[in-house]
Design a protein. Structure first.
Length: 137
């Protein structure tokens, strides 16, 4: 895992918190924000966007990833997630699989709670033995 400086971690958490404020969560009332940093140095923010049918709901991590991919990004350095919970944020299984499509197992994932306390784990720790494009060969 790449070592991250505290200033960068705080900056990404600040942007994730800003994104959380844009969350559309009228059903769960659980707001999540994410900030994804591309190798290019660009940052992509995302929030969760719920839907009455639930299945079409999109998580903050995927919103950030899809924005980045749309803009042409394919390589990423780090992800920060903050939510309304007491415990540390953690991407759902679908988000982990989407992240594995574009990110190395060593990607640092900064997982924060509503107070901004955080821990850093790697994508590989979150999704060991991920199914990736190499499995499609």
């Amino acid at each position: 895992m790449k070592t991250m400086h505290e200033v960068e971690i705080k900056n990404m958490l600040r942007m994730a918190k800003e994104a959380r404020q844009r969350s559309y969560a009228p059903y769960s009332h659980f707001h999540v924000g994410a900030c994804l940093k591309a190798v290019s140095g660009a940052y992509y923010q995302g929030c969760n966007i719920e839907n009455a049918a639930f299945t079409p709901t999109n998580c903050a991590e995927r919103t950030a990833m899809f924005k980045a991919v749309y803009e042409g990004e394919r390589e990423f350095e780090a992800l920060a997630i903050i939510w309304d919970g007491e415990d540390y944020a953690s991407p759902c299984g679908v988000c982990r699989q989407v992240l594995a499509e574009f990110c190395a197992p060593g990607l640092p994932v900064i997982c924060a709670n509503k107070e901004g306390d955080y821990k850093i784990v790697t994508l590989g720790e979150l999704l060991p033995a991920a199914f990736t494009k190499k499995d499609m060969a």
